[in-house]
Design a protein around this ligand. Structure first.
Ligand code: SF4
Length: 337
């Protein structure tokens, strides 16, 4: 696997960071999609720094997903995200910017934008480098193009994070469409749920550029609403609290449990803590007799994991609104802070 071909892992910067700080044992970790690169990165860093380089075997879903404390390492290098969580140990984030060019796909975006004049641009961090070229191209076709300042969990203008679309949300009233550059569907769906204007998704890996179907966001919102009604008749509720550093929201689970205890007088409401929410975790909750999950952890469980969970999932931050103002429930992705 050629380390240089697709992503910029900034190994020189990483090496300098390790040697200049004198770390002798370093843990490297990454987003799930970058895991196959880690053995080779570990070898290169071990050679260049003479330090011991350990590999974290679990793909990390976000910069939120970092261990509380380290075992057998003094520092962490985290590839694939930008950081937003204070850690109790030294940690270096490397965004691993993708080197794929999108120039060949821009004409299709321009074609889709016929009739749209004011466009907001954003991207996942891996593709943040594509935004300035895309902006120039669209402006050369007479479009007014805007890139919003980073939100609470992002670092670069135009950067979206799974639970932070603020950079695009802030522009929503000024544009008539949004374009997002990202792989997979995760970020484009998150954006479509968070803004009111239509969204074009440009995928640099496949070259596809297409409108995100409104029906996709509508379906997710219908399922969210239905989970709320299931909550009202639940007999055993699992309020799930995340334990990884950036998903801990102390107080949310507790206050939701208090509210549910008041509202659902015949239900049992338990707080369940977990670090990793695998399919087995949700299955285990069902086997324990729970009939609904209220998640106070990653806000995307409710929008992305409802179809892999055998139990309906409801978002903890929506519970108050659901009981007091069900008709005005938010439909966006909640910003975890
Ligand atoms: S909380 Fe969820 S969406 Fe936000 S960064 Fe972590 S994994 Fe991504």
């Amino acid at each position: 696997m050629d380390l240089e071909a697709r992503y910029d892992f900034e190994l020189e910067r990483v090496s300098n960071w390790i040697t200049s700080n004198g770390y002798s044992k370093v843990l490297i970790q990454s987003a799930p999609g970058l895991l196959p690169y880690l053995p080779k990165i570990a070898k290169e860093l071990a050679n260049s720094t003479k330090s011991e380089v350990l590999i974290d075997g679990r793909g990390r879903y976000g910069a939120c997903d970092i261990p509380h404390s380290l075992v057998g390492a003094e520092a962490v290098v985290h590839f694939g995200h930008t950081g937003f969580v204070p850690a109790e140990y030294p940690i270096l984030y490397v965004p691993a910017i993708c080197k794929l060019e999108i120039d060949d796909y821009i004409p299709r975006v321009i074609e889709l934008l016929i009739g749209k004049d004011k466009v907001g641009l954003c991207a996942s961090v891996q593709h943040i480098n594509t935004l300035s070229g895309l902006k120039q191209e669209l402006e050369s076709k007479g479009k007014k193009v805007m890139i919003g300042p980073p939100g609470k969990r992002a670092q670069f203008p135009g950067q979206v994070v799974g639970c932070d679309y603020l950079c695009a949300m802030r522009l929503d009233s000024e544009v008539d469409s949004h374009v997002i550059v990202a792989g997979g569907e995760f970020h484009s769906i998150g954006l479509a749920l968070s803004v009111s204007k239509p969204v074009i998704h440009l995928n640099p890996y496949t070259g596809d550029a297409k409108w995100v179907e409104k029906s996709v966001a509508d379906k997710i919102n219908r399922i969210r609403g239905y989970a709320g009604y299931q909550l009202m008749s639940s007999k055993k509720v699992a309020v799930v609290e995340g334990l990884v550093s950036g998903q801990r929201t102390p107080g949310v689970a507790k206050s939701v449990r208090e509210l549910l205890n008041r509202k659902l007088t015949r239900a049992t409401v338990d707080i369940i803590q977990a670090e990793n929410f695998s399919d087995d975790f949700f299955l285990g909750l069902k086997e324990l007799g729970y009939d609904i999950v209220v998640t106070a952890a990653c806000t995307r469980f409710v929008t992305d994991d409802y179809d892999r969970s055998p139990l309906p999932i409801f978002e903890a931050r929506e519970v108050h609104r659901f009981f007091y103002d069900a008709l005005n429930m938010s439909r966006g992705v909640f910003i975890l802070q």
